[in-house]
Design a protein around this ligand. Sequence first.
Ligand SMILES: [Zn+2]
Length: 86
Amino acid sequence: MGKCDKCGVEFETLCPLCTIPILTDLERKVLILIARGLNSIEIASEVNYSVSTVKKTRRSLSKKLLSKDIGPNTVARAYDLGILAH
Ligand SMILES: [Zn+2]
C-alpha cells in the first residue's frame, strides 16, 4: 500500500483515479535524489541503503514509469505523470 503522489489516496500499485503508479517510500526518495542529479553511490549514502539496492530501486522505478533509462528519462517521466512537481 502506498499513497498516490497526485491525489493522496492509498492504493496498492496503481492509482485508478490518476492512472499513475504508486511508488514506495524508498522509490520516491531515490527518484527525488536522481532528479537532484545524484549518482547511485551518492544516493546510497543519502538513504542509507547499499548501492545495489539503490540500483535495483532505480530499475523498478524505470519499469513502473515506463522509462527508457534509469536516469534522465525516469525523471522526465515522473514530471510528465505528475509524480514530481516542478
Ligand atoms: Zn491518484
